[in-house]
Design a protein around this ligand. Structure first.
Ligand code: ADP
Ligand code: MG
Length: 636
C-alpha cells in the first residue's frame, strides 16, 4: 500500500455542526455507529450487484459480496471491510466531506441551538457515516471504486476536528475499508462478543453476509496461535428479511429493517408484510412511520418504496408504487416478474406496475383501518402527524373515496374540542332521528368554526356539526360529497335544508317571516345591492342578528382567502345576507325611519356577519366610524 500526495481539506460547515451535535447528543446510544457503517457497506454491495447486471466484469473474480468486521484489542481498533462498489476520490470528497443529502442540511438549518431539544431531533434522523466519531477519535477510510485500476485507491483520514486529509493509495481489493481508532474510553467495542451481539441486534436483516473471524471463547489464546487457519463465519442471518415467513420474524427484526430503509431512528407505528402470488408475483413490506419527516410538505421531496427484483436491489424511491397522498409510507417491494434491467422509464409505463400500485394503495389503506380499529391511540398519533396528507386523498384517488373517508377524523360540535378525533362513522352513529345529512362548517380557525352563527340552529336542535379548520378542508369537501349514502352539507351555503329534522310548522314559519318582512327585505336589497346577491329571513340563527351565506356553487370563504393569499384571481361573487327575524336589532332596523341610521345599522350588521365568518370587514374604517357613531348615540 503505497501512498502519495497527501492533501488536507476542510469539512463543510454543516458537517462540523453535525459532528459536534452527534458527539454531544448520541453518547447514550453509541453503539449505533456499527449499524450505520454496516448499512452503508450493505448499500455499497447492493449498488455493485445492480451495476454488475449490466457489466459483470465489475465483479471480476470476487463475486461473493460480504462485509467483514475485525477488531484489535491492543490497538483499540474496529475495522469494517466490504467488497462493494467503493468510491473514487471525488465520491469520497462529496460523501465524506460534505452533507450530500439536502435533507440533512435542511435539518441543521432548523436547529434551535437549544442542545436538549436539538439532540431529541437528531434522534429522528439517520446519522450515517459521521456517527463513527461518536466512538472514534480518528477514522481511516480506504476505498477503491469497482472497475478502476488498483492504483486508483484513495485514503481518507480525519480526527473529526474540522478537516480531513486525502492521499492516493494502491489497493488490491475494490470496495471500502473503514478503520475506527477508538477513543480510550470506548475500547469496549474492540471485543468479539460485543461486536457479534451488535451485529445480530442491528444488522441481522441485512441480506449481505456480515462476517467475523471465528474465535473460541473457551481458549482465547488458542486462536491467536500464528498458524491457526483464518476462518470467517457469517454472524447475521444474511437473508433478506422479507423472504422469510412472517411467523418467523420478530417485531424487533421488522423494526430494525425499518430503520435501515427509512433512515429514521425511531420505531414504525405499524407494518404489513405480504406475499402475492398469481398473475403477479411479488412481496411487499410496508411501514407507517411514527413521525413525519420535517419536509413532508415539500412535494418535490424524494419519496417512494425501494424496489428489488428477485432479491436484487434495483432502485430507491420508486414513486409509481403509491399515490402522493400516501407518501408517508415506507417500505420495499420485491418483484419476481419485472426484468432485472428495469428502468424508471419502464416503470412509468408498465401495466404490472399499475396493478401493483392499486394493490399497494389498498394495502396501506387497509393497514390504516386496521390500526384505527385495533389501536385507536396509535391511529390518533398517525392522524396528528399525517392527517393533513391523507386529506389530499379524495381529490387524488376517487376510486378509494369510501375507504379514505372512513379514515378521516374531525373535530365536531359534539365535544367542541379542537382535537380531530371523531370519525364520520362516529358522527353517523349519533345522527338524530330523521336526520339524513352530515353537516359541517369550515373556517380559518377552530374557534371561528365553533362560534359560527351558522351553528346556532343546530345547537338548538341538538344536531352535531363537523368543525373544520385545516386549510385543506374546504377543498377536501369539494371531493367528498357523500358518506354512507348521506350527503355532506356545508351549513354556511345555500338555502339551509334541514329536511327530516325540521317540522312543517317551522318551514311555514320561515316562509311567513319572509312574507311578513317583505318591505324591510326590499329596503335592504336596494341599499346593499352592490354587496349582496339577496337578502332574506332565516331560521338558522338563534342568538345572532345576521349572517352571510355562500351560494351553492360559489367558492366558500375559507377557500377564497387561501386563493387570495396565494395571489390567485378569485371570481367576484356576492353572498346572500340572512337575517334573524326574532332578533331585537332586526326588529329595531325595521322600525328605523331615518334613512341615514337605517344605512348605518344595516351596514354594521353586514360587516359583523363578515367578521363572524372570519373575513375582514369590506370597509374597516367605515365600519368603525359607524359603530362609534352608534356608541356615542347610546351614551348621550
Ligand atoms: P447515507 O447512507 O444516508 O447516504 P451516510 O452518511 O451513511 O449517508 O453515507 C454517505 C455516503 O457515503 C453514502 O451515501 C455513500 O455514497 C457513501 N458511502 C459510505 N460508506 C460507503 C461504503 N462502505 N462504500 C461505498 N460508499 C459509501
Ligand atoms: Mg448510511
Amino acid at each position: 500500500m503505497s501512498e502519495t500526495q497527501q492533501e488536507t481539506l476542510s469539512f463543510q460547515t454543516e458537517v462540523k455542526q453535525l459532528l459536534h451535535l452527534m458527539i454531544h447528543s448520541l453518547y447514550s446510544n453509541k453503539e449505533i455507529f456499527l449499524r450505520e457503517l454496516i448499512s452503508n457497506a450493505s448499500d455499497a454491495c447492493d449498488k455493485l450487484r445492480f451495476q454488475a447486471l449490466k457489466d459483470d466484469s465489475l465483479l471480476g473474480d470476487d463475486g461473493d459480496l460480504s462485509i467483514r468486521v475485525e477488531y484489535d484489542k491492543e490497538a483499540g481498533t474496529v475495522t469494517l471491510t466490504d467488497n462493494g462498489v467503493g468510491m473514487t476520490r471525488d465520491d469520497v470528497i462529496a460523501n465524506l466531506g460534505t452533507i450530500a443529502k439536502s435533507g440533512t442540511a435542511d435539518f441543521l438549518k432548523n436547529l434551535t441551538g437549544d442542545e436538549r431539544k436539538d439532540s431529541q431531533m437528531i434522534g429522528q434522523f439517520g446519522v450515517g457515516f459521521y456517527s463513527s466519531f461518536i466512538v472514534a477519535n480518528a477514522v481511516d477510510v480506504y476505498s477503491r471504486r469497482a472497475g478502476t485500476p488498483e492504483d486508483a485507491g484513495v485514503h481518507w483520514h480525519s480526527e473529526g476536528e474540522g478537516d480531513f486529509s486525502l492521499s492516493e493509495v494502491t489497493l488490491a481489493q475494490r470496495g471500502t475499508r473503514i478503520v475506527l481508532h477508538l477513543k480510550p474510553e470506548e475500547t469496549e467495542f474492540a471485543d468479539g462478543w460485543r461486536l457479534r451481539n451488535l451485529i445480530r441486534k442491528y444488522s441481522d436483516h441485512i441480506a449481505i453476509p456480515v462476517q467475523m473471524l471465528k474465535e473460541s471463547y473457551d481458549d482465547p489464546e488458542a486462536e491467536k496461535a500464528e498458524d491457526s487457519a483464518v476462518e470467517w463465519e457469517t454472524v447475521n442471518s444474511a437473508k433478506a428479511l422479507w423472504t422469510r415467513p412472517r411467523s418467523e420474524i420478530s417485531d424487533d427484526e421488522y423494526k430494525e429493517l425499518y430503520r435501515h430503509i427509512s433512515h429514521d431512528f425511531g420505531d414504525p407505528l405499524t407494518w404489513s408484510h405480504n406475499k402475492v402470488e398469481g398473475k403477479l408475483d411479488y412481496t411487499s413490506l410496508l411501514y407507517i412511520p411514527k413521525k413525519a419527516p420535517y419536509d413532508i410538505w415539500n412535494r418535490e421531496r424524494i419519496r417512494g418504496l425501494k424496489l428489488y427484483v428477485q432479491r436484487v436491489f434495483i432502485m430507491d424511491d420508486v414513486e409509481q408504487f403509491l399515490p402522493m397522498y400516501l407518501r408517508f409510507a415506507k417500505g420495499i417491494v420485491d418483484s419476481n416478474d419485472l426484468p432485472l434491467n428495469v428502468s424508471r422509464e419502464i416503470l412509468q409505463s408498465d401495466d404490472a406496475i399499475d396493478t401493483m400500485r392499486t394493490a399497494l394503495t389498498k394495502r396501506v389503506l387497509d393497514m390504516l383501518s386496521k390500526l384505527a380499529k385495533k389501536d385507536p391511540e396509535g391511529y390518533q398519533a398517525f392522524w396528528d402527524e399525517f392527517g393533513q396528507v391523507l386529506k389530499e386523498g379524495p381529490a387524488e384517488d376517487a376510486s378509494n373515496n369510501d375507504k379514505i373517508a372512513k379514515l378521516l377524523r374531525f373535530a365536531t360540535s359534539h365535544t367542541g374540542d379542537a382535537a380531530q378525533t371523531q370519525s364520520l362513522d362516529d358522527y353517523v352513529g349519533r345522527m338524530k332521528e330523521g336526520q339524513d345529512k352530515i353537516y359541517y362548517v369550515a373556517a380559518d380557525s377552530h374557534q371561528t368554526a365553533k362560534n359560527s352563527p351558522h351553528l346556532e340552529v343546530f345547537r338548538k336542535k341538538g344536531i352535531e356539526v363537523l368543525l373544520m379548520s385545516d386549510r385543506i378542508d374546504e377543498w377536501l369537501m369539494g371531493y367528498l360529497r357523500e358518506f354512507d349514502g348521506k350527503s355532506l352539507v356545508d351549513v354556511a351555503r345555500g338555502g339551509l335544508d334541514l329536511s327530516g329534522v325540521e317540522t312543517e310548522a317551522e318551514k311555514e314559519a320561515q316562509q311567513k317571516a319572509n312574507d311578513d318582512h317583505k318591505p324591510l327585505l326590499e329596503r335592504l336589497k336596494t341599499l346593499l345591492e352592490s354587496d349582496v346577491e339577496d337578502v332574506r329571513m332565516t331560521h338558522r340563527l338563534v342568538e345572532s342578528p345576521a349572517c352571510i351565506v355562500v351560494g351553492d356553487n360559489d367558492m366558500g370563504a375559507q377557500m377564497r382567502r387561501i386563493m387570495e393569499a396565494a395571489g390567485q384571481a378569485v371570481p367576484e361573487t356576492k353572498p346572500i345576507f340572512e337575517l334573524n327575524p326574532e332578533h331585537p336589532l332586526v326588529q329595531r332596523l325595521e322600525q328605523e325611519v331615518s334613512e341615514d341610521r337605517f344605512a348605518d345599522l344595516a351596514n354594521i350588521l353586514l360587516e359583523q356577519a363578515r367578521l363572524a365568518e372570519g373575513s375582514h370587514p369590506k370597509d374597516a374604517a367605515g365600519f368603525v366610524g359607524r359603530l362609534n357613531k352608534l356608541l356615542l348615540d347610546l351614551s348621550r
